[in-house]
Design a protein around this ligand. Structure first.
Ligand code: CA
Length: 525
């Protein structure tokens, strides 16, 4: 679910580290939506959608999004059938005008670059389930109840106005009519778009959920069952089959958690209502192209609330860029054709810069007294240069390609495991721009290949900061003169850099990890 188009700077940062991950009781999603990636965690047992997502946006700060804020006990404003247009249209116009003039520039920029939360656990609520009627957690003017109601009342007009654009893409009037004629908005998606869970999961809990014995076993079965296809795809695209299988496993739990929301309805809703309309207009029009060309059966074009579909969760625009017809039936069916799913996912990674023969990264041990200022994405050294600095692979193994360049990542700070990340880690992050996500993919791929668990423990006694505490940390850092952007509770590159500087100034190890210790120090200052 490449939400790449939306992110601007893929891989800008991650949900890992300071931010934690937003997770429901059973699921977690790193960043939003590879767009939103619903991670199919134990979907079979999930009775209600739990979205998790910590996404990055803006300066790379991770956004947490989830269904969190309440699908229970909400007032549930009944949205009557979209009633006519004139009043609603006028109100909508007023709201839009307000949004344009009042929104801070930074918020606008963030919006442009935000990654969406793609995920949701699927097979859960029917699309007709209601919207809470509450304002979204983003505070965006287009997410107020009034704005949502106004936009919903104008929904049919909004869709009808997209016809000329659809026609320019080769969509026939017959197709347009057939698939938009009786479309209704799914307003529950507005709650999902703006949910901001107060509590997030730690990176280790997130990895435990995603990379476990059941998923490893299922992945090995998939690799064995489709061995000839994986081999042919690996040969054609040069992408490691274990990484493809890992993406399949993390995105949809090997297809068992794909999402039940009709993609046309979800993307149409988001194209006409709420704060991400420009982004989703492209997705909606691309979804129309897909049904017009007949690549995916219309009744099978279902997915997450953000519109990601199929076992590896392609967004419609990503489908257009990357999908291939590997089984030669003339259709690029990334839902029901396993060869097309595997090859399209490989093609996605290849087109994003995958280097054949290179792995994603290595778990490494950092020497005593190491200068953690070197653990920075901007410091790229060859593996042999890292070795000269005393950084070694876990278990004393050698680096097979010592001239590959890598950066050092300590996602849970100096007390947790360290990793040297190669080019292909960045490629995985383009699939879904969250460190936690990419780390889960890489680690699951290693496990599918037969390697063991990580060699170093996580600092499991570290408590992940709540949303409120993250706001507070940013505010306190800003009070001390550090640039964290506008405090928003989302931790990314800027906040991490500010934490490092504060750690240096106060004699702590400058690992950039947002620990409770750092917060305590800030409070004591
Ligand atoms: Ca095909």
């Amino acid at each position: 679910m490449p939400m790449r188009a939306d992110t601007g700077q893929p891989g800008e940062d991650a949900a890992a580290g300071p931010g934690g991950f937003a997770c429901g009781p059973l699921t977690c999603r790193p960043a939003l939506a590879r767009n939103s990636l619903p991670i199919g965690i134990g979907a079979g047992s999930v009775k209600r959608p739990e979205t998790i997502a910590a996404l990055n946006r803006g300066d790379g700060d991770a956004e947490s999004a989830g269904e969190g804020r309440g699908h229970m006990g909400k007032r549930g404003i009944q949205l009557a059938k979209p009633a006519g247009g004139v009043r609603g249209t006028a109100l909508m116009a007023a709201v839009v005008a307000c949004a344009v003039t009042a929104a801070p520039v930074r918020a606008q920029l963030q919006e442009e670059r935000a990654v969406l939360v793609r995920g949701e656990i699927t097979g859960t609520l029917p699309a007709s389930r209601g919207w809470s009627g509450e304002a979204g957690g983003s505070g965006h003017p287009l997410m107020s109840p009034q704005a949502i109601l106004a936009a919903a009342s104008n929904f049919q007009n909004c869709i009808a106005q997209l016809w000329p654009q659809a026609a320019r893409r080769g969509v026939s009037w017959q197709t347009f009519q057939a698939y938009t004629g009786d479309l209704e908005p799914d307003l529950h998606i507005m709650d999902l778009l703006d949910a901001q869970p107060e509590f997030t999961k730690s990176l280790w809990d997130y990895l435990d959920l995603l990379v476990n014995d059941a998923r490893i076993a299922a992945g090995r079965e998939i690799l064995a069952k489709y061995q000839p296809v994986f081999a042919a795809v690996e040969k054609a695209y040069g992408v490691d089959r274990h990484v493809i299988a890992a993406i399949w496993g993390i995105e949809s739990n090997f297809g068992s958690a794909i999402g039940e929301r009709p993609v046309l309805q979800s993307t149409a809703t988001l194209a006409c209502i709420g704060r991400r309309q420009d982004y989703f207009r492209e997705e909606f029009l691309s979804a129309l192209e897909i049904v017009h060309r007949g690549d995916v059966r219309p009744d099978r074009l279902k997915g997450s609330w953000a519109g990601a579909f199929g076992p590896t969760q392609f967004m419609p625009t990503a489908f257009k860029r990357y999908a291939v017809d590997f089984d030669g039936d003339g259709r690029r069916d990334v839902v029901d054709s396993i060869p097309d799913v595997i090859a399209s996912t490989a093609n996605n990674l290849r087109m994003d810069g995958w280097i054949a023969g290179q792995t994603w990264g290595y778990e490494v041990v950092v020497p005593q007294g190491f200068n953690y200022l070197w653990a920075d994405r901007s410091r790229q050294l060859s593996l042999q240069e890292w070795q000269r600095l005393g950084v070694q692979r876990v278990g004393g193994k050698v680096f097979p390609r010592p001239t590959d360049r890598a950066y050092l990542l300590v996602p849970a700070g100096a007390r947790g495991p360290a990793f040297l990340m190669l080019n292909n880690f960045r490629v995985i992050m383009r699939y879904n721009p969250a460190e936690a996500y990419a780390l889960a993919i890489g680690h699951l791929a290693d496990r599918l290949r037969g390697e063991g668990p990580l060699g170093q423990p996580w600092p499991r006694d570290e408590r992940v900061l709540s949303l409120g505490e993250r706001y507070e940390m940013q505010q306190r850092l800003a009070l001390h003169g550090f640039d964290v952007g506008e405090p928003d509770g989302r931790f990314g590159a800027k906040t991490r850099a500010a934490i490092r500087e504060f750690q240096l100034r106060t004699g702590l190890i400058p690992d950039g990890f947002a620990s409770t210790q750092v917060l305590d120090r800030l409070r004591a200052q």
